[in-house]
Design a binder for this molecule. Structure first.
Ligand code: NAI
Length: 794
């Protein structure tokens, strides 16, 4: 046999990883685990356990405790007890603990990789070379942040006790993404691992003991969804961080609406994998293998929708099929296996059901003839073609090794198809033309876009979604901010129940015998004054009860029109930051021009002193955001690969704004200007007590070159308009700065499209103090970070 013949005929021999160490670790624990609470192992309070098994062969691995309400309560209590001491440590001490965790995980890395593989079914090649190294990197990186915290985040404080709920697809990695930033920022943690894969979290608990982490700083309670629910609902928890299904994400949003709990959600995805005709097709196919068949496709950012330029569809599909035929499925502990087991029977059945449904809807299903083990939970790599963009398999997350393919002709069409989803977690673009690739990347609505690469992650680069893929980021500076709050805000008092500020007596027009000046403002929609659909108005009275004028009573239809107008004004987002700054300066100039008359009118509602202050600080505030417009830049990260990751602060879209009653003009400007500076379009409900400010403002906007639709103003009853805005699927975010009840309503009504919500939590904000009411905190909420990864080198 010639060497060439031998090469072709060569077979992979078995290369099994020895699980002895991991199994003897399980044996040392008698294959039975309680919860890790207050630094010690505790029996589940109800004495109930459930099994976790190896999905590649069905063998039982261990029993773990089913966490009850009482167990969660004990864990939260332990975390509270540990909190003040943990926060009292210097950043350096916390950095030392995080560093020790990284080192110790590194020492046990192989055991952890094997444990992950037998509990989850993922190939050892992946757990050994991807999951665990990334876990270690995450702890090292955050040891650095712990050390630098006070220098880099002055004025911020930790949230407190944090509840974290993680899924089963990257068990230890998701733990690291949650625990490392929480500890680095001075929080303590109660974490609930997924019921299918609790083992590496329990091994991590032991590592916490090994490094001498103070008891209660990390608590691990195992259990199912009900355990997670108890954690979400616990009053002692200040923040919930969740990764999992969009459905549960919604339930958590609903369950936390009436509390002040911070929330970050990393949910599902249906990410586009776009290949242009000029791409290096062989590389793209290798990328695709990683994009959809990595971890059996059980990846939230899996490139599960292949979008191919029509001209290359045929040869590309041929290449993909060839490559699929060489994928090796088998025992996950075999080092030369590409495709391991599906985590659980429930998930396997779900994949089968969805593929069958796709075929019934007209998709063509192709699977390579590769051997699958006779035992265990396996599903072959699968290609679905003839997929209609609106069909179920193109829209719904399958969470399995299933690729749906579609074609496009032009870059514009590619972007349209890519964004034709409710999700927005990730995307891939393959093209040798960097211009085209970056142009497309910038238009994909997703938190991460990989150009000519795929599935790259790093602790320094934020990861998280747009739209129904959730909000908040993990990794990077933005990830740390999820666990921090401005100190002043944490300590801000609740708004007084009667919100109207004491008004000063008027010293003009105060003769009661004179008729009041009839001042009727209109709505402002798409750059035009509009009468309300309802045909009704609301009376506006001054502090002394005197009639000041009438404001339209906006309704559902007016909000809908305003949202439509805001959507049409997307030219504002596309304008350069310099242009936006110029328009904002112009608004300030026009406000300054008319300051006296506006202050005079406003005085009837808030008194002369406040009115004068609102106008002069208002001008200053607009100047501030005109200054910020071209300075709130992103960052360029240098992850430890030959890549740059461009972290862009992108616009959120259309934002609904509910203004405060405390400062009708200054509050309006403090909320609207950062949104405009970042390129958002807005639908603003002005202060209910003095909506007449709308009339002054739209006259200023009209004369300041602000494109029609960038700001729309709908006056009326806050509670009614808030509901319509928060439930509207084309509104991308809600800023609600009225009372506590409105904050709860904003969160509860926003579950539909999982829009981002930014509120004052019913607390009082001093709009006259720029330290509270201006700057980065607002800009952060006016933008979302997208990381675009670009490789370099040959
Ligand atoms: P899931 O969302 O139910 O589970 C994730 C975690 O949430 C688990 O720890 C679970 O115990 C917990 N949980 C469940 N119900 C809860 C509740 N009401 N309150 C608090 N915590 C709760 O996901 P599941 O059922 O394991 O998988 C179903 C589908 O979800 C998958 O097929 C996939 O489409 C998606 N998924 C997405 C993930 C992602 O990384 N984005 C990860 C896991 C699943």
């Amino acid at each position: 046999m010639s060497i060439a013949e031998k090469f072709v005929a060569m077979e992979y021999g078995p290369a099994p990883e020895d699980p002895k160490e991991a199994l003897s670790w399980l044996d040392r624990h008698d294959r039975k685990f309680g919860h890790f609470i207050g630094g010690v192992w505790q029996q589940p309070s109800e004495g109930t356990y459930f099994e976790t098994s190896d999905p590649s062969n069905g063998e039982r691995l261990a029993e773990v405790g089913q966490g009850s309400v009482a167990d969660i309560d004990a864990a939260v209590h332990a975390a509270h007890t540990a909190l003040s001491k943990w926060q009292a440590h210097t950043p350096h001490v916390r950095a030392r603990y995080l560093y020790a965790l990284a080192r110790t995980i590194q020492k046990h890395s192989r055991r952890l990789a094997v444990l992950e593989t037998i509990d989850n079914g993922k190939p050892i090649r992946e757990s050994r070379d991807i999951d665990i190294p990334l876990v270690i990197r995450h702890f090292y990186h955050h040891a650095g942040w712990a050390q630098l915290l006070e220098q880099e985040f002055p004025g911020y404080a930790p949230c407190g006790v944090v509840g974290q709920i993680i899924p089963w697809n990257f068990p230890l990695l998701m733990l690291a993404w949650k625990i490392a930033p929480a500890l680095a920022t001075g929080n303590t943690v109660v974490l609930k691992p997924a019921e299918f894969t609790p083992l590496t979290a329990l091994a991590f608990a032991e590592i916490c003991q090994e490094v001498g982490l103070p008891p209660g700083v990390v608590n691990i309670v195992t259990g199912d969804g009900s355990t997670g629910e108890s954690l979400v609902k616990h009053d002692g928890v200040a923040k919930i961080a969740f990764t999992g299904s969009t459905e549960v994400g919604r339930a958590i949003r609903r369950a936390t609406a009436s509390s002040h709990k911070r929330l970050s959600l990393e949910l599902g995805g249906k990410s586009p994998f776009i290949i242009f005709e000029d791409a290096d097709l062989d590389s793209a196919v290798e990328g695709l293998v990683d994009g959809i068949w990595f971890n059996q496709g059980q990846v939230c950012c899996a490139g599960s929708r292949l979008l191919m330029q029509e001209s290359i569809a045929e040869p590309l599909i041929a290449k993909i099929r060839d490559r699929m035929s060489t994928l090796r499925a088998g025992a996950p502990l075999d080092k030369s296996v590409d495709i391991g087991a599906i985590v659980d029977r429930v998930q396997l059945d779900r994949i089968k059901r969805l593929v069958d449904q796709g075929v019934a809807e007209g998709a063509t299903c192709w699977q390579p003839k590769i051997d699958l083990p006779s035992r265990g939970l396996y599903y072959p790599p699968t290609l679905l073609s003839n997929v209609h963009p609106t069909s179920m398999v193109a829209q719904q997350e399958i969470f399995g090794p299933v690729l749906a393919t579609m074609t496009f002709r032009t870059p514009t069409e590619a972007v349209e198809l890519a964004n034709n989803t409710v999700y927005g977690l990730a995307g891939c673009v393959w093209s040798e033309s960097l211009n085209v690739a970056l142009h497309v990347a910038s238009q994909i609505k997703a938190g991460v876009v990989w150009v000519n690469c795929t599935n790259l992650f790093d602790a320094a680069c934020g990861f998280g979604g747009y739209r129904e893929s959730g909000y908040g980021r993990e990794g990077g500076r933005e990830g740390l901010l999820e666990y921090l709050e401005p100190v002043w805000f944490k300590n801000a008092p609740a708004l007084p129940t009667v919100e109207r500020t004491p008004r000063q007596p008027l010293n003009h027009d105060s003769d009661p015998s004179l008729p009041a000046i009839d001042r009727t403002v209109k709505l402002y929609i798409g750059g035009k004054q509009a009468r309300p659909d309802s045909g009704y108005s609301m009376e506006v009275r001054g502090t002394d009860g005197r009639f000041l004028g009438e404001a339209p009573l906006g309704n559902r239809k007016d909000i809908r029109n305003a949202v439509e107008a805001a959507h049409k004004a997307s030219s504002w987002a596309k304008a350069t930051a310099h242009t936006r700054a110029q328009v904002l300066y112009y608004i300030a100039e026009n406000l300054s021009e008319r300051s006296e008359e506006i202050a005079r009118r406003l005085a009837a509602a808030v008194g002369e002193t406040q009115a004068a202050a609102e106008v002069s600080l208002g001008i200053e505030r607009i100047f501030s955001y005109a200054g910020w417009a071209d300075k709130y830049d992103g960052a360029v990260h240098n992850p430890p690969f030959r890549n740059v990751a461009l972290a862009m602060n992108e616009v959120i879209g259309t934002v609904g704004v509910i203004c405060s009653n405390q400062a009708p003009l200054l509050g309006f400007l403090s909320l609207t200007m950062p949104l405009l500076a970042a390129g958002n379009t807005t639908v603003v409900v002005p202060s209910e007590t003095y909506p007449l400010i709308a009339g002054d403002l739209y006259q200023i906007f009209d004369t300041s070159d602000l494109p029609g639709g960038a700001v729309n103003i709908v006056t009326g009853y806050t509670s009614q308009l808030l509901k319509v805005l928060a439930e509207h699927d084309d509104v991308d975010s809600i800023w609600c700065f009225a009372d506590g009840e409105s904050a709860t309503a904003a969160k509860a009504y926003s579950v539909g499209n999982l829009k981002q919500v930014f509120t004052n939590e019913g607390r009082s904000i001093d709009w006259f103090d720029a330290k509270q009411s201006e700057g980065r905190w607002f800009l952060q909420h006016a933008t979302q970070v997208k990381n675009i990864w670009v490789p370099y080198g040959e």
